[in-house]
Design a protein around this ligand. Structure first.
Ligand SMILES: NC(=O)c1ccc[n+]([C@@H]2O[C@H](COP(=O)([O-])OP(=O)(O)OC[C@H]3O[C@@H](n4cnc5c(N)ncnc54)[C@H](OP(=O)(O)O)[C@@H]3O)[C@@H](O)[C@H]2O)c1
Length: 255
């Protein structure tokens, strides 16, 4: 199978890295010349990556075409590309709907929307796909955890929560800087904070069949530090504001 990427930015680089370090069987990965330095980096790192001459060349030579451009670029360029009916087109574009994609692609290709996130380069993380598709599901399961979504409207809910990656890292950053201000060396501070949150996340995954509220409860000792932490943050409106921000990201995606 030949795989093509139109748009070689952050998410395309992460997915290509994940694929090249996985057991996925493929012949070649074609990436677009833009972004030039990212495309060259990928070609240097992975022998099966080729830089195509144009977006149309990628479409002509690939069985699966990934659209990894921003919405404004997508609106401009997709309609002018000539796709084939036997192709699978997987769009990472946040705000172009399946109906709009079908209209721009014109031929009866299989069109799927997917939401991979940067940790896919480590072969980790959820990948919601819509509509469900067995081959695409199996593919992403080799570099992450596929979540099939039947209804496109519901996929927007997943998109909204993916807007919490940078806020999460900022949370870790603030705690690390807090330790540093108290005289802890950056190395130790970052090691402590990142391994603490890795352990908590792994524990949360291990317990993900239970309602997460039990983890919130189980990690508090009556009158202990965690009880104080969750109570004070709730009182300060921290969690309410998290929900408010999710709502506002959701509104933006629904426009
Ligand atoms: N980043 C994420 O975590 C993430 C996750 C899931 C989905 N997405 C979605 O994936 C898409 C890409 O996001 P990104 O973060 O990877 O953005 P990005 O880093 O800005 O990548 C977009 C790439 O498109 C290239 N480009 C611009 N015009 C082009 C053209 N005419 N033909 C081909 N390539 C062109 C840009 O090259 P130049 O730099 O040369 O302009 C850039 O390399 C977005 O729609 C986003 O919503 C992102």
């Amino acid at each position: 199978m030949k795989i093509g990427f139109i748009g070689t930015g952050k998410i395309a680089s992460s997915v290509v890295t994940g694929i090249c370090n996985s057991k996925i069987s493929f012949k070649k990965i074609l990436v677009s010349p833009r972004n030039k330095s990212m495309a060259q980096n990928l070609k240097k790192k992975f022998s099966k990556v080729i830089i195509a001459k144009s977006n149309q060349e990628i479409v002509n030579l690939s069985d699966w075409v990934f659209l990894s451009i921003t919405p404004s670029v997508g609106e401009k360029i997709i309609k002018d590309l000539k796709f084939k009916a036997n192709q699978t087109v997987i769009s990472f574009i946040s705000t172009i709907s399946l109906t709009q994609l079908k209209k721009a692609i014109k031929v009866k290709a299989k069109i799927i929307r997917a939401i991979p996130l940067p940790p896919i380069s480590l072969k980790k993380g959820p990948v919601p796909i819509c509509p469900p598709n067995k081959k695409v599901k199996d593919f992403f399961n080799k570099i992450g955890t596929t979540i099939e979504i039947k209804n496109e409207k519901s996929s927007i809910n997943f998109w909204s929560t993916s807007g919490m990656m940078a806020p999460f890292y900022e949370f870790l950053n603030i705690m690390t800087n807090w330790l540093i201000k108290r005289g802890v060396k950056r190395n130790n501070a970052q090691k402590y904070i990142t391994s603490l949150f890795l352990a908590l996340s792994e524990d949360a995954v291990a317990n993900s069949k239970k309602n997460l509220k039990y983890l919130v409860k189980e990690s508090q000792t009556p009158k202990g530090l965690n009880e104080q932490g969750v109570k004070e943050l709730s009182k300060a409106g921290f969690y309410k504001s998290l929900e408010k921000t999710l709502n506002s990201i959701h509104r933006r995606l629904n426009k």
